[in-house]
Design a protein around this ligand. Sequence first.
Ligand SMILES: [Zn+2]
Length: 255
Amino acid sequence: MTTVWRGVYLDDRMAAQMDQVVALVGPDVNVRPTQGSYAGGDVAASAGTHDGAGAIDLAGQDAGMTQDHRELIQAAGRQVGLAMWIRDPSQSDWPWHLHGISVQAGGYWDQGGLSSGGHGQVMDYYDGRNGLASGAPDDGPRDWVGTTWETYQPTITTPEVKDDTVASVNVNGQLNIFVIDESGGIQQNIAGATAWTGWLAGIPGQWSKALSATTDDAGNLSLVGVGSDGVTVQQVWSTPEGWHGPVPFPGVRSI
Ligand SMILES: [Zn+2]
């Protein structure tokens, strides 16, 4: 089955992988596809690699985009089972972009729905090459070679919940939910186009109960609740600062 993911056609499995990439890189990094899959041979510069399933290109030089952002996307893509490379203008007649091919469930030999060109790039990735005609060495991190979407998914864990409050808020059209886990941290789960991203930790602070979430028109997000010290606290998400807090409320103490 195919789906439209941020304006391009992807198979559902690939769309779920891309939802997870978005969650891993966080809202500071703009993940904007410029080509999807099933291109039917129309993508001249891609040697047919976009003709089948499991292929995507992402913009690499939008306003505000840095090399750090490109490397974050590449690492997240590889982490969830994509052979993903940063492509630069010195390599061909193309702008900075990221090119990703989904490693199929069977790994090296499994073409699955990929085009033969896309499958060839998966084999290049396993073999330590960069997937271009030059056969040059892979220029990205090798940490996740062998990972597929099927081996990645079980690593998305479900937290034990400390408090029974589930806070929810809609941010830029995506439902976000938050819970306090057993260690007093907050975990976040985001509804993507096809599936939830899975639980993500890393929001600062120690919390105990009464969590709630709000957002404003600018996409800034505010979490309020009771901290582990019994004092109500606030965490605020804004761009480009990210999470900053906790911000204590003066004179308020829960009983
Ligand atoms: Zn491409």
